[in-house]
Design a protein around this ligand. Structure first.
Ligand SMILES: [Zn+2]
Length: 211
């Protein structure tokens, strides 16, 4: 089991106070080609997002501390009203990440942060054995928001190789071979790409060429 410690939280959307738990330790073995961690002692990802039992707000611990702009919170509350929350409702990891991504969009967070939430939704979806369509929907959204983040120049030069590799792999998994190959090819034009990333790129690219 991952390790946890109790933490008191105050919901930014409804002011309700409740006890949640912080992840304090977990073990990762390998990673899948889309960077999905293979946890050795259980998946801690759902617990990185805290769910307000009163109103259904979902966010990282930092969101609970920093989401204080009243205009932002008004939009988020409108979104939450559409979720038809039942007090104390339990949510699996994939659903937590999908809802957190929507909240991030309504809160005006950067596209890179939204993309990362959708990517983690696909990982939880896989670990929780959801239907393939659920994984694909979140994956399409991850691709869309990673593309928007690239267009808005949200990534530093050091991150570009990883982002293009990931967009290559996510597009490959969606059957978008042309887009996948275009992103994989971008690594050749970048300086200082880590050798392991080029190896992973070559391996995943070969899967397209073999098909
Ligand atoms: Zn709340």
């Amino acid at each position: 089991m991952p390790e946890y410690e109790p933490k008191l939280m105050k919901c930014p959307a409804c002011d309700h106070g409740f006890e949640s738990k912080l992840v304090t330790g977990f073990k990762i073995g390998d990673k899948d080609p889309d960077f999905c961690p293979r946890y050795l002692d259980g998946n801690p990802l759902p617990a990185f997002l805290h769910v307000c039992p009163e109103c259904g707000f979902i966010g990282y611990e930092s969101d609970y501390r920093h989401m204080r702009d009243e205009k932002v919170l008004k939009r988020v509350r409108e979104l939450l009203a559409g979720f038809h929350w039942q007090k104390g409702q339990a949510l699996g990891g994939a659903e937590r990440y999908r809802r957190a991504a929507l909240i991030a969009i309504y809160a005006g967070k950067r596209s890179a942060e939204v993309a990362d939430l959708y990517l983690q939704a696909t990982w939880c979806s896989r670990m929780e054995g959801e239907q393939d369509d659920d994984q694909k929907n979140a994956r399409r959204k991850a691709v869309k928001y990673f593309e928007l983040a690239l267009a808005a120049e949200e990534f530093g030069a050091d991150d570009l190789a990883v982002v293009h590799y990931l967009l290559g792999e996510l597009n490959r998994r969606l059957g978008n071979d042309k887009a996948a190959l275009e992103h994989f090819a971008k690594l050749d034009a970048l300086d200082k790409v880590e050798p392991w990333l080029k190896e992973w790129r070559d391996r995943q690219k070969a899967l397209i060429e073999k098909a």
